[in-house]
Design a protein around this ligand. Sequence first.
Ligand SMILES: Nc1nc2c(ncn2[C@@H]2O[C@H](COP(=O)(O)OP(=O)(O)OP(=O)(O)O)[C@@H](O)[C@H]2O)c(=O)[nH]1
Ligand SMILES: [Mg+2]
Ligand SMILES: [Zn+2]
Length: 343
Amino acid sequence: MDLRTLGWTEDLAGPLAALGGAPLRVSAAHHGAVDALGASGPVRLPLRPGTQSPAVGDWIAVEAGEPPRLLGQLPRRSALIRQAAGRATAPQVLAANVDLALIVTAVGGDFSERRVERYLALAHGGGVTPVVVVNKIDRDLANMGRWLRQATAVAPDTQVLTATTRWDGGLDDLVALLVPGRTVALLGSSGVGKSSIVNALLGDEAIATRPVRRSDDTGRHTTTSRQLHALPGGRGLLIDTPGLRELALWDTAGLDEVFSDLTLLAEGCRYRGCSHSDEPGCAVIAAVEAGELDPARLESWRALQREATARQALRDPTARKAAGRDMAQRVREATAERRRRGR
Ligand SMILES: Nc1nc2c(ncn2[C@@H]2O[C@H](COP(=O)(O)OP(=O)(O)OP(=O)(O)O)[C@@H](O)[C@H]2O)c(=O)[nH]1
Ligand SMILES: [Mg+2]
Ligand SMILES: [Zn+2]
């Protein structure tokens, strides 16, 4: 297989030469081993105990042999990173070297704007272009306009497309995004139909899907691990991921882009670093009061900002210092404002 159809880019040649060995792309990570794809097909690579496991989508340098040996990992051009499930403050790389993140939602009970915002933050924060997919449109064609408006409202600067695996041509808009060498990751809650899309595009090499529970319309967590699939004919690469029960943000990196509408409004706030809660001259609050901004969206921005800032402070002393500086700046500005008003 041509390495470029696996997503290889020329800028990786230098780092590979420094490590030696041959390049492979990680397609699945297991305990103590990874599966990888290379010029001569799939390889199972054992990892020595204590080795940090590469993530799905990573390029690695490997020395041939029985068994083959991991020499190192090549630099990532993007990465989807969340706060790992559990108590410790630690990052988990869901997928690396992703070009496009398809944030899949399904019409009906599963549709959650707040979830979409989280996934958008994950994508933007990791340097990945997001696309929102409103899936299973066969279920409620009559209300298509409403579902699309709902998706566009939370993803104002993002391409939003519709899909269904139930109809011929139902995936046409999505297929148009697949390009040789491009890596597309599917994200979204359990049961929204991610694996069904992957299956439809893979053709014969089907993977497991299961019916959703009728009672609550939620999935059953059919997919249990992330996996990179090379589409037949070198038409691109798909990473299927299991629906996450928990998607905690790792940092604030993507939030400005997710809330670009709010960020734009905030330029009209009197104070730099305005928290849009009770500051005088807040343009964001004014927009809510004028009915131009959904208060739920402001509330969501606040909650995500709070969550991500708190996590950042826990893990990074320089971030904590910067937050402190911001606060001091705001106090100075508020004091100056009070003086100006003569109070
Ligand atoms: N009506 C309808 N049902 C669909 C469509 N696509 C998938 N389904 C059904 O939705 C259920 C869940 O599909 P999956 O593809 O397993 O969902 P998933 O997102 O991969 O779920 P996890 O692997 O648990 O994260 C299955 O019963 C599918 O048959 C669609 O376009 N329309
Ligand atoms: Mg699945
Ligand atoms: Zn404000």
